[in-house]
Structure formats: C-alpha cells, structure tokens
Design a protein around this ligand. Structure first.
Ligand SMILES: [Zn+2]
Length: 115
C-alpha cells in the first residue's frame, strides 16, 4: 500500500476534503495554534496536527465536529499514535477506554459552545 506516500490518513480521502481542512483550521484557531498537551506553538508549515478525540473509524459522525478535535504538536501526536499501537500498557489502555466512553466535562462544554 504505497499509493499515497504523502497522505497521512492513508488511503482515506477524508483528509483531502475541503470540509476536513476547514474544520481542522477552526480547531487550530480555537486552540490558539498551540498544542493542547504541552503548549508548544504549532504555527509554521507542517507543524500542526489536529487529532480526533474519538477516532473517525469509531465515530464517523464526529469526524467534522470541531468539539471532537484537538491541536497537537508533531511530538505529542507521535507519542499518542505510538501509544495507540504499543502493546501491553494496561494503564494507557484503560485511559483510552475511558476517553472513548464519552467526552470529558471540559470538552463537552467546548462542544456545546459551538452550537
Ligand atoms: Zn505537544
């Protein structure tokens, strides 16, 4: 599978869509172009990562909800994704399960504010 070597979303055309690019930018502006985990600035080409809190695969109806997005720097994004794939870290797995069970209060507030 090397048809789209520059496409971070794999073969998913979603990440090429105008709707995603627009929502992604809204998330970046909401978060002030800073990583929500470490506070690093993501201003500058190729530095920003917008992460789905609930993965698109599991919650496609939230794919374009800015309330389901958060800004990460490349470093935190890499940590998050390596942790997703990494085996045998039960504490992280529990946290991830909790995360998938529902939005936290602060994210719920941000989500509702968008309405
Ligand atoms: Zn970061």
């Amino acid at each position: 599978m090397k048809r789209h070597p520059n496409n971070r979303g794999g073969d998913n055309p979603f990440y090429q869509s105008t709707a995603w690019k627009r929502a992604r930018r809204q998330a970046l502006e909401r978060d002030g172009w800073a990583c929500v985990l470490c506070g690093a600035s993501v201003r500058g080409k190729g530095r920003a990562r917008v992460d789905h809190i609930h993965k698109v695969e599991g919650a496609p109806h939230l794919a374009l909800e800015v309330g389901n997005m958060r800004t990460l720097c490349t470093r935190c994004d890499a940590i998050r994704h390596s942790r997703d794939r990494g085996p045998g870290r039960s504490r992280d797995a529990e946290a991830e399960q909790h995360d998938n069970g529902g939005m936290s209060a602060s994210w719920r507030a941000a989500y509702e504010a968008e309405r």
